[in-house]
Design a protein around this ligand. Sequence first.
Ligand code: CA
Length: 235
Amino acid sequence: MSRPRILVVEDDSRIRKFLRISLEANAYDVVECRLGEEALELCAQIQPELMILDLGLPDIDGQDVIRRLREWSGIPVIVLSVRAEDAEKVTALDAGADDYVTKPFSISELIARVRVLLRKSTAQQGAGSLLRCGDLLIDLIRRRVSLAGRDLALTRKEYELLRLLSVRSGHVVTHDQILREIWGPAHLEDIHYLRILVRHLRQKLTDEPSAPRYVHTVQGVGYRFEDCEPVSDGA
Ligand code: CA
C-alpha cells in the first residue's frame, strides 16, 4: 500500500515545515509549495490524494485556487483559514472546499479531518465492481462493458483506458498516468498513442468529442470521465 500523498499549499515556511513533519509522522507523503499557481500545476502533475490550502497566498487568492481546481478535479481540499472569519470559510466551502480548520489549529484535529476525507474518497472510488454511467455499464470483475444493453467489444488497451478513467470518474487522470499504466514508463512522451486510443474508445462509446457524454478532454492535462455511480451486483 502506498502512502496517501498530500499537497500542502502555505506561504509561511514555519507552518509548512510543521505540517510536513506532522503529516509524515502520520504516514502521509507530503509535497509542499508556497504559491497558488504552483499548487494548481502540481495537482495536475502529481495528482495528490488531498490538498491542505492556506487561503492567504502571495500570488492568487486561495479561493481562486479552489475554484480553478474544481473545474477539473474533485480531490478533497481542507482550507486553513485565519481567525474565525465565517464569511471566508463559507466562500471557500461554496467554491468547493471540503472542510476547514482555523489557525492556530490543533494538528490532531487536522489529521482527524484528513483521515475522514481520505476514507470518504477511497470509499467512493472503490465502491463497487459494477459502474453505471448513463447508458454505459462497466463490470470490473468480468471485464464486460455494455452500452444501452448491447455488449461492446473492446480491445485490451481500450478496456484498460476505460477502466482507468471510470474508476476515477469525476477526477482528471493525466496523460502521464495513463501512458505509464497502459504502455509503461518508457512511453511517457508518446501522447499520440493515447490520442489514437481515446479516439477509438470514443467511437465505440459513440461519444462525440465536441459534446462528450463520457470522456471529457482536459486541455493540456489529461481526461476526465463523466461521473459514474456504483451499482450493486445483480440489481
Ligand atoms: Ca498565508
